[in-house]
Write a protein that binds this ligand. Structure first.
Ligand SMILES: NC(=O)c1ccc[n+]([C@@H]2O[C@H](COP(=O)([O-])OP(=O)(O)OC[C@H]3O[C@@H](n4cnc5c(N)ncnc54)[C@H](OP(=O)(O)O)[C@@H]3O)[C@@H](O)[C@H]2O)c1
Length: 362
């Protein structure tokens, strides 16, 4: 029996559970953890019925956890002792801009996604510490902005196996496009969270190799980039479910993942038997691959190098406009303090409309 622990009950956790229910071919037990008992119950119910519909050997149970401090999460991890844990929760919802537009969501839209890094680290750090403490043999995978959060976890000395989504979704989109070409060989893609959309500068496009030859990325990615985020989640959830199976399975699987062992950005990798290794095209070194992802990170408004976090681009220009308490560059050990300051600004900006932000600050 394989045990998976899914932390979160939002849109991504939901589609991950539904995908696990639909694709499991060997016995698995899924424990889903959320703050709201009725939501957790509904995810479990729908997942069980999906599994029964497909005749798949999956069982689901829910745990309601009102507070998510490391010690709370560690007690759940110790109870389950999962083979793998997937964090699908964040104190910054990706849906806030559509659900509750405000001066804050306008600020993040203009400053770039990277400016929300401190919030995506918050639960990832608590969960990763909980796993390290309570079940150190469990693999910890993180869905919350793994391209930048996983390097932060590494800098804090907390083990992280990999992320899910992002490059995995882009590579799946490329494979779907290449499936129309019977001659296409193996795909290897280097891509960052940035590449979910076309980068402002085409020189910063993702790097794609097919059968060992560099090919243009845009024709392989443009159709997926037009897909609305809610719909893209259908791919992310299935891809994450596949990843969970693959990392604990015995086969060596060629795939793509963000943040492998805490590296920045996304890479071609092999996974299986609880291990992960880079699978770079001939002529591309690990240093080259990491350096490319660091350049892309800067275009995504935040880079993490060794033990320092640096906001870049529009974020670096706009953060000082909020006040002197959110530095543009700081050591990872100061992250909680920076997050507290940014959180105070977030609360203030949430109280104002998006137009208010535009006229007041810009
Ligand atoms: N890697 C990828 O490709 C990819 C794709 C999609 C999303 N994501 C990321 O995955 C994360 C979740 O996305 P989503 O679409 O599921 O977001 P969502 O629907 O907004 O769900 C957010 C989840 O976080 C929980 N949460 C928020 N504050 C919390 C707190 N203080 N303590 C405990 N739990 C808390 C929410 O619980 P409540 O419902 O109880 O508030 C909910 O379960 C985000 O970081 C998002 O950016 C990554």
């Amino acid at each position: 029996m394989t045990d998976f622990l899914v932390l979160g009950s939002g849109s991504l956790a939901r589609v991950v559970c539904y995908s696990l229910a639909a694709v499991a071919t060997r016995p698995i037990r899924v424990t889903v953890v959320g703050r709201d008992a009725s939501v957790v119950g509904e995810i479990g119910q729908v997942s069980r019925v999906r599994a029964a519909t497909g005749g798949n050997p999956v069982t689901f149970r829910g745990i309601t956890l009102p507070t998510w401090r490391t010690e709370d999460l560690a007690s759940v991890v110790a109870e389950v002792v999962p083979d793998a844990v997937l964090l699908c929760a964040s104190t910054q919802s990706p849906w806030e801009g559509t659900a509750r537009p405000s001066a804050w969501t306008e600020f993040t839209r203009r400053a770039g996604f990277g400016v929300t890094l401190p919030f995506h680290v918050e639960l990832a750090e608590a969960a990763a510490r909980a796993v390290a403490e309570a079940a150190p043999d469990s693999l910890f995978l993180n869905a919350a902005f793994p391209d930048a959060v996983n390097p932060v976890l590494s800098a804090l000395g907390i083990p992280v196996f990999a992320g899910i989504g992002n490059v995995a979704v882009l590579a799946a989109a490329a494979r779907a496009r290449l499936a129309e070409d019977a001659e296409a060989g193996e795909l290897a893609m280097l891509a960052h969270h940035l590449h979910l959309h076309a980068p402002a500068n085409p020189d910063h496009e993702a790097v794609v190799y097919v059968a060992g030859k560099r090919v243009p990325a845009v024709p392989l990615l443009e159709a997926q980039r037009r897909v609305r985020r809610q719909e893209a989640n259908q791919v992310t959830g299935l891809s994450a479910a596949r990843t969970l199976f693959d990392v604990v399975g015995d086969a060596t699987v060629h795939t793509h993942l963000p943040g492998p062992m805490g590296r920045p950005g996304g890479y071609p990798v092999t996974v299986g038997s609880r291990r992960i290794a880079l699978r770079l095209p001939a002529g591309v070194t690990e240093d080259d691959a990491v350096a490319a992802n660091q350049v892309w990170a800067e275009q995504d408004s935040v880079s993490v190098e060794r033990d320092r976090i640096r906001f870049t681009g529009a974020a670096a220009t706009m953060l000082p406009e909020l006040g002197p308490d959110v530095p543009v560059e700081f050591p990872v050990r100061d992250l909680a303090e920076v997050r507290a300051a940014l959180s105070r600004h977030r609360e203030l900006l949430r109280g104002r409309g998006p137009d208010d932000f535009r006229t007041r600050v810009v």
